[in-house]
Design a protein around this ligand. Structure first.
Ligand code: SAM
Length: 229
């Protein structure tokens, strides 16, 4: 996909949404208390055996370029006090190497899927999705003890919900947002705006970036709904 730096900017309540290329836009946004992101994964979209035909979302992931790794230089501790990033299993080694020394402390957390796909495909059943919370001094995880558990249970969303194959459940994003310190959140790979919905509901400022115009429209609509509520 060709991405101009910024093709459009929408201001919706306490949110600012950019249609454009995250790598060009994020460095211009300056300081945000937390970057909370669900970047493109490094996943294999082939295989799947007899269940493959039931998983058309894998084709969409491939077609929309979400099966390739992302450029880790977008994670910059000079621009955020903490980072939450989802990552696929195969992203863990390179991501860990990049983060080593950038943040003070790290926690590996997981969304446990209550209805995982019943496949293994020469791997493990995908019943968890991991995310990493990294922070520097003064930006440690917040919330009460019950909320500071590392595992959150939630059902997966249907990909048909918002026409996007990897929409994160509200319960997962609400929990993550409750755990990040500060009043401002940036999601440079916002997709349909799940991080923004949770951030606005929690009374935080949100800045999101998405390069796909269809998903950008969905994010604008979802965030406008909670901003008006
Ligand atoms: C894994 S999805 C995020 C889904 C999101 N968490 C949600 O719940 O809807 C990653 C998103 O990043 C977008 N993306 C990938 N590369 C990008 C780039 N360079 N700039 C902006 N957006 C990008 C993709 O179009 C995709 O929607």
């Amino acid at each position: 996909m060709t991405c101009a730096a910024t093709e459009r900017v929408e201001h919706i309540g306490n949110a600012t949404l950019y249609l454009g290329n995250a790598y060009a836009i994020r460095p211009t946004l300056g300081w945000m208390d937390a970057d909370v992101m669900d970047p493109p994964y490094l996943i294999k979209t082939s295989g799947g055996g007899k269940f493959r035909a039931d998983r058309p979302y894998l084709d969409q992931i491939e077609e929309e370029g979400m099966a390739q790794d992302f450029d880790h230089s977008i994670i910059n501790p000079l621009l955020c006090g903490s980072l939450v990033t989802f990552c696929s299993n195969d992203q863990v080694p390179r991501l860990s190497t990049h983060l080593d020394g950038l943040f003070h402390r790290f926690a590996l957390c997981a969304w446990r899927k209550l209805t995982p796909m019943p496949v293994a495909n020469k791997h493990y059943v995908p019943e968890i999705e991991i995310y990493l919370h990294a922070w520097n001094r003064g930006h440690h995880p917040v919330g009460d003890v019950a909320d500071l558990k590392r595992i959150v249970d939630a059902r997966s969303r249907q990909s048909k919900d918002f026409g996007h194959p990897t929409v994160k459940p509200d319960a997962v994003m609400d929990k993550i947002i409750r755990n990040v310190a500060g009043g401002s959140v940036c999601d440079p790979f916002m997709g349909t705006g799940s991080t923004g919905v949770a951030a606005i509901r929690a009374g935080k400022r949100f800045v999101g970036i998405e390069h796909n115009p269809i998903h950008f429209e969905t994010a604008c609509r979802r965030i406008a709904e909670v901003a008006d509520a």
